[in-house]
Write a protein that binds this ligand. Structure first.
Ligand code: KG4
Ligand code: ZN
Length: 361
């Protein structure tokens, strides 16, 4: 697999993202230009409940999406006629929200006669580093760490993903959010935990590193979260020390699991991180040092591309067009208009089911 070739560099793709609590619309060109985009967060709506409420999320997507599409098209001064495809997240995610975005994309595709591209949200995260950095070639080792997912993937090409590890219980972002809740820092709490940890001692509180050293390749964070709860309840530790020690334990787990993945499936020329937790500077720093130790290039997309966004969905559409040999003016069917929204949609269909109840996608 060679260097990045943007064979669809003239393509213009409209992307829609609505799988969790961000409503997002973007127009992206095949050469990696984000022509226009808009993101509306629903944090305020969900904060009183301490987590995302699916029904509230779906309603908010339904209210916001159409005006946002109109605004993005207006900002870019383009019409549907100028678009080469309509891409939307078709899963995995909260099904009500996914349906809102996918049905909107189907309606636009039907009205304009442009192809529909039903995009796997995880594929959006997996390919977003190539939108940020056009020189990033396949293959690369990807750590995907968000509120809903915690996976290590070998990204071998568009549509070619090998899952090397997943979580058997909580995702890392979820563990950050639960730690924030336990420490009374509000929702979503990842960045609040990071800020508090800056003032604490990462060695002060003895916390477990679940599955560290295990031949089982996966992640587990439920035990760490329970240990955080016990540390708070003990009254023996300052909150900033708990936050710093939690973050250090989490980072130690990430590095240990990445080492195992690399031993088993490596070498890889590059390590890439994506997902909301990639915003964490301690996590990024540890990954950068790990990559340097293993003579790998390290890439992390800018934060705005790490968290949920529609540019990564439109970009995954561009990548698909390129991979499938699309040329403007030639017939390109895209996905069928009866493509169903999928609450679960593993990127690697051959991956074995990991033990545990809370396996995500
Ligand atoms: O990718 P994302 O926006 O949405 C999902 O697909 O889940 O990730 C959101 C997650 C949340 O759990 C949030 O707490 C976490 O990313 N997060 C962080 C930081 N910023 C966001 N976790 C740790 N440190 C941060 N600075
Ligand atoms: Zn995501």
């Amino acid at each position: 697999m060679g260097s990045v070739t943007h064979t669809s560099d003239t393509a213009l793709v409209l992307g829609i993202e609505s799988s969790c609590d961000e409503t997002a619309v973007a127009l992206v060109r095949g050469d990696g230009t984000i022509v226009a985009q808009s993101i509306a967060s629903q944090e305020a709506e969900h904060a009183p409940y301490g987590g995302v409420v699916p029904e509230i999320a779906a309603r908010a997507h339904a209210e916001r999406l159409a005006p946002m599409i109109a605004k993005v098209m207006g900002d870019a001064n383009v019409t549907l006629d100028d678009c080469d495809a309509i891409a939307a997240t078709a899963g995995p995610g909260l099904i009500g929200g996914v349906m809102v975005g996918l049905v909107s994309a189907k309606a636009l595709a039907m009205a304009s006669g442009k192809p529909l591209l039903a995009i796997n949200h995880l594929e959006g995260h997996a390919l977003s580093p190539r939108l940020a950095d056009g020189s990033l070639a396949f293959p690369y080792l990807l750590l995907l760490v968000s509120g809903g997912h915690c996976q290590i993937l070998a990204v071998e090409g568009v549509g070619h993903y090998r899952r090397l590890a997943t979580t058997i219980d909580d995702a890392l972002g979820e563990a950050f959010d639960k730690t924030a809740k336990i420490l009374g820092l509000g929702y979503p709490g990842g960045s609040a935990v990071e800020r508090l940890a800056l003032q604490g001692d990462p060695k002060a509180v003895p916390l477990p590193r679940p599955l560290k050293g295990s031949p089982e390749p996966h992640f587990s964070f439920a035990g760490l979260k329970s240990a955080v709860l016990r540390a708070v309840e003990s009254g023996l530790h300052a909150p900033q020390d708990i936050a710093a020690s939690f973050q250090q334990a989490a980072v130690d787990c990430l590095i240990d699991r990445l080492s195992l993945a690399l031993t088993r499936a490596g070498p890889f020329p590059a390590l890439v991180v994506a997902g909301g937790v990639a915003a964490n500077a301690t996590v990024r720093g540890a990954l950068e040092a790990f990559a340097a130790r293993h003579a790998m290039r390290f890439t992390a997309p800018p934060i705005a591309l790490c968290t949920d966004n529609a540019a990564m969905i439109a970009w995954a559409g561009c990548e698909r067009l390129a991979a499938e040999g699309w040329r403007r003016g030639t017939e390109f069917a895209g996905d069928p208009l009866d493509f169903l929204a999928r609450p679960r949609w593993p990127l690697d269909p051959d991956a074995e089911i990991a033990r545990g109840a809370g396996v995500k996608a």
